[in-house]
Structure formats: C-alpha cells, structure tokens
Design a binder for this molecule. Structure first.
Ligand code: R5P
Length: 281
C-alpha cells in the first residue's frame, strides 16, 4: 500500500499506477492548537510512504505516516522524492549543525529502508541508520525537451552537476556537455559564474541542475549565456523548488522554458520519476 504525503500526491498516484499497489487515502485535520491530526485507512503488509519533505510540516507528517505504517506493516519503505535539508550536508561554519544528518536519523527510526531521488550529494545516504539508496531522475528530463534542438549544448552551472548534464545529453541522444565555474559566498549567497569554454554561439543550450531553489544559479547562467549570441536557452532540473521569486528571475533572464520532475509538484513539472522509483522498490 502506498501512503502519500500531502506534497507528493500526484507522484504517489503515478507510482501506484506503475506498481499496482493500492493507494491509501490520508485524512488531514488539525487539533485546536494547530497540531496535525492524520489518519488513514487500512495498511497492508508492505507500506511505501512517498513524501517529499518540502517543509517542517511535511517532516512532521512523514514521521506520523511512518508511525502508522510501522504499527501495521511488516516492511516500511520511505521514499523521499525530495529530501528537505539535504543540502545542509556539512557544517558550513563553526557552531552549525549537519542538518541532513539530524533529519536522516529521525527518519531512520521507523522505516526499514529509504529511497531518495537525485540527492545533492550521493553520500547523503550514509547519514541514515537504515539501508538507503538513491535513484537518478535526470535522464527522464530529456523527454520534455523539443526534438529539434539545434547543436544542443548541455551545460551544468557548476562542475558538481556535470554528470547530471551528461545524463540528460545521453538520454537526449545528441549534443555536447560542459560546465560553468561557480563560486558562492556562503554569507551573502552571492554567486559568480565563469563562462564555460565551449562556444555556445547560435546553439540551443540546456542548463541542467539538480535543483532550482532561489533561481540565482540558473538565472546567472542564463544571463551569462545571453551575453553571447546563443539560440534558445532551456532550464531543466530534477527538483523544481522555485522558491520565492525564482520563476520571475528566470523569465527576466530570458529563459525559453523550464522543465522539472514531480519530486516537487509544480507548474513546470513535466515528467514523473515514478518509473525509476518503481524499478528500485
Ligand atoms: C548547488 O550546488 C546546487 O547544485 C544548485 O545549483 C543550487 O542549490 C541551486 O540553488 P539556487 O537556485 O538557490 O541558486
């Protein structure tokens, strides 16, 4: 049986269609003090919880779903399509927590295994106290791109994302891969991008990243490209967080289109990661 978190209902339904598992209906209300009260219909022997932890509320709901599941099921699998706090995988300065580890430990207490999708750092799985595996949603993004890209260049906004860009290029079946040099000031959040060495003139460019959060990285990349005479510029990412005014920043920078997966259910979501999750279950 698949138990959906509130933020992952479409993906949970897509996964249920892939695996033929039943989909639980989760009722959500609140106690008078604002705390969440949830209940679900019967849970069978294997419970698969699908919940992107996009907010503190989503984290609480996940722990509640795990508690229901662990009371009734013999096996509990926790699918984290998007793992919140996953990018705080180290203490960036003295006195800070490794938030990813703190969250992973809490999630580990009521599950037999964890499955996550394209984490920012693959090593994140080591933070869990139970077996954890990550699957890659990046190749699926190629399906959203137009078939007529002109001499496509798949650009990563930093060296760390080059494997993602290459995975999308390979799945697309045509083009070249390169990356920008990126530096971010951890105090101010300011980003600097140095141009890639590949000549992008007159070519369609697909900037590929694991996540678009504030949109600063992606919009800087697009602005850099727009100083050259490039063709269309597309932004693709596995996790289309698009926090605050990210969408507007990308429009102003001159984006042609944005495509993302359903690890985060947004208006730019064009493809489901359900098949790769189903394969790994
Ligand atoms: C950083 O290394 C990541 O791969 C992303 O480039 C970054 O987290 C995107 O964040 P933002 O949209 O806030 O620039």
């Amino acid at each position: 049986m698949i138990l959906p978190g509130a933020a992952s209902q479409s993906l949970a339904a897509a996964l249920a269609a892939e695996t033929n598992d039943a989909l639980a209906v989760v009722e959500r209300t609140r106690f008078a003090d604002g705390e969440f009260k949830i209940r679900t219909d019967s849970v069978d022997d294997r419970a698969i919880i699908v919940a992107s932890t996009v907010s503190s509320d989503a984290h609480i709901e996940l722990l509640q779903l795990q508690d229901i599941a662990s009371q009734h099921a013999e096996e509990v699998v926790t699918v984290l399509p998007y793992m919140g706090y996953g990018r705080q995988d180290e203490a960036f300065s003295a006195g800070e927590p490794v938030s990813a580890r703190a969250i992973a430990r809490a999630i580990s207490t009521s599950t037999d295994r964890v499955l996550t999708v394209t984490p920012h750092e693959p090593d994140i799985c080591e933070c869990f106290d139970v077996p954890c595996e990550s699957v890659d949603g990046a190749p699926l993004l190629a399906d959203s791109l137009p078939e007529n890209l002109s001499e496509p260049l798949f650009l990563a906004p930093d060296e760390g994302a080059i494997d993602l860009a290459d995975a999308v290029r390979t799945a697309y079946g045509n083009g070249e891969t390169d990356y920008f040099e990126k530096t971010r000031d951890h105090d101010t959040g300011e980003i600097e991008l140095s141009p890639s060495e590949t000549d992008a003139a007159d070519r369609d460019v697909v900037v590929t990243d694991d996540i678009i959060a504030t949109g600063s990285t992606m919009s800087k990349a697009i602005e850099r490209l727009r100083t050259q005479d490039v063709g269309r510029v597309f932004a693709v990412c596995v996790h289309p967080m698009l926090a605050a005014n990210a969408r507007t920043k990308l429009e102003k920078a001159g984006i042609e289109a944005i495509y993302g997966t359903d690890t985060l259910e947004r208006s730019v979501t064009t493809v489901s990661v359900a098949p790769v999750i189903a394969d790994a279950l």
